[in-house]
Design a binder for this molecule. Structure first.
Ligand SMILES: Cc1cc2nc3c(=O)[nH]c(=O)nc-3n(C[C@H](O)[C@H](O)[C@H](O)COP(=O)(O)O)c2cc1C
Length: 320
């Protein structure tokens, strides 16, 4: 069974180099990590440049966060009017799921699930912009704020009434952050609560093709989005597109760590690129024998050349 599979946005990880890799491995769509609407309103050039989409990518949505309707509308307009057609985003996605304290104390991210009136105003304001540009509007939500306020189904209905075409539901509350396990039951309730023409994407704890099949069977959602599992295993998208388990060798994983690092360095420069790649390469080699020693070595590498040599040596030692 072919499954509609997306890359869930992850700040610090779902940048262009990683999205291109996921595209090559068969991801159907991606969502770029969240951008602050306020930063866009202040014309923070760097923020905007990082929102760039490559023609080599699968359709990519740009995610924004904020709680001020006018600011959110301005940010959506700025993004859509400043992107040429080759880099036009697949959608604008509003983040109503981020649980991070700094974000929710400003009333952004999952705090919007506690203030549905504000969430509605934000959604309507952004929808007025996206419809002008004929670009779909998506929203990402959680199951609710905490176990006593599991309002995702009613909240999703409100979003559907505002003209949202896709709702991604992470089956955890804000209080739960990222553990314990995600609840498919609430995703099923959202699917039932909104009209069939709204695409409902289930998210949370998809680590394999089997998990994705279970999510679809239990919730009748239209597709799934993979977050953390993709960081060490981007091949999950190949598995999801082929509908079968695929074999990934140690060499594949080390080569992928090298490829990702090289692409990040090309895009962000050697200093920043190496700094960012340390943790990301570590995900890809995790579980290979001696990988924790190699991770420590990578943490001390100061140049791409040094980084590369560590990984090449690791690869040749693995072969022995
Ligand atoms: C490091 C990290 C950064 C994240 N950044 C974002 C983000 O920018 N926007 C968003 O909507 N979700 C963000 N998320 C949440 C993920 O998209 C996803 O919903 C969550 O990890 C659950 O899916 P998973 O169990 O497959 O990881 C982030 C998660 C992690 C671990």
């Amino acid at each position: 069974m072919k499954i509609l599979a997306g890359l869930s946005p992850m700040a610090g990880f779902t940048d262009m180099p990683f999205r291109v890799i996921c595209t090559e491995l068969g991801v159907d769509y991606t969502v770029r990590e969240m951008i602050s609407a306020a930063a866009i309103c202040f014309h923070d050039k760097k923020t905007f440049e990082l929102a760039e989409i490559s023609p080599l990518e699968a359709p990519c949505a740009i995610q924004i966060f904020g709680h001020d309707p006018a600011q959110m509308a301005y940010a959506a307009d700025y993004i859509l009017s400043n992107m040429t057609s080759s880099r036009k985003p697949a959608a604008i996605d509003i983040n109503m799921g981020c649980p991070v304290r700094k974000i929710v104390t400003s009333g952004d991210g999952s705090a919007l699930m506690r203030t549905p009136d504000t969430a509605q105003k934000v959604t309507k304001a952004v929808e007025a912009v996206t419809s002008k540009y004929n670009v779909p509007l998506w929203v990402k939500i959680r199951s609710g704020w905490d176990k006593d306020s599991l309002n995702a189904p009613e909240f999703a209905q409100m979003l559907a009434d505002c003209g949202v075409s896709r709702i991604t539901v992470h089956g955890r509350t804000r209080e739960q952050m990222y553990a314990p396990s995600s609840d498919n039951g609430i995703i099923a309730k959202v699917r039932k609560a909104v009209p069939r023409e709204i695409t409902v994407i289930g998210n949370g704890d998809i680590n394999s093709y089997e998990d994705a099949c279970r999510m679809i069977k239990e919730t009748e959602c239209d597709g799934i989005a993979v977050g953390r599992a993709s960081l060490g295993n981007p091949w999950i998208f190949k598995e999801l597109s082929l509908g079968e388990k695929i074999e990934v060798t140690t060499e594949d994983r080390i080569n992928m760590a090298l490829r990702l690092t090289s692409d990040i360095v090309k895009r962000k420069g050697e200093l920043q690129g190496i700094r960012e790649s340390r943790g990301r390469a570590a995900y890809l080699i995790r579980g290979i024998r001696n990988s924790s020693r190699v991770r420590d070595e990578l943490n001390h590498a100061e140049s791409f050349e040094a980084f590369k040599n560590i990984l090449l040596e690791f690869s040749s030692n693995c072969e022995k």
